[in-house]
Design a protein around this ligand. Sequence first.
Ligand SMILES: [Zn+2]
Length: 258
Amino acid sequence: MLEASPVRAFSDNYLWLIRAPRDGRSAVVVDPGDARPVQAALDEQGLALRAILVTHHHPDHVGGVAELAARHGALVFGPARGRMPCVHRPLDDDDEVSLAELGLEFRVMAVPGHTLDHIAYYGHGALFCGDTLFSAGCGRLFEGTPSQMLGSLDRLAELPDDVRIFCAHEYTLGNLQFAATVEPGNVDVLEALEAVRALRAQDAITLPSTVGRERRINPFLRCREPSVRTAAEAHAGAPLAEAAEVFAVVRAWKDGFR
Ligand SMILES: [Zn+2]
């Protein structure tokens, strides 16, 4: 199983440090928004940074890229569509990231919505999805349309149930509180809410999640479920014909949810 450990940064970001399966001494980091905690984790674990994977251009995901790449001579992979500085290997949908000497290989999935350049990395039964999919939630639509984001989430939801999901933020508790408002009868949501509340009371991480779990608890992956549609229609005060309309209502509802 792929070994990835979270590096905490800012108020609630997770920068994921992947240990190379082939030699156990090399590492790859996903979305290093801040170089300092990544360097501290590398030092602590005795790892050499060999590559950097970037999902999208937001500063809390790229802030440490230049410094880490220069310091370690690490190869930087990132979206081809973005306004991204210092990307050595620009990537688009269905491209492969092959780091054979580290024993790592990922398939790139274009997942526009949060931003238009957003990509996710899938491999070794793991998904690094940046700010597209969170546990029990999804990213805000800064650049894309609801139907773009729904299309992206649908693709992620089609991955096998046991794929582990490494999200970029600790948003799970707030997301589940919202999910329980949308689907008060969803027992999986209520159970997850209790478990996550206990974890967060100890400041423990709630990730990774899995695709199977998200299909049960994430309202944004459940826009075609009658319970979510009915709740969205009640919130909108109008019938909603398409899943993308349901998604748009639930996303806007979440934006204003406290
Ligand atoms: Zn972002």
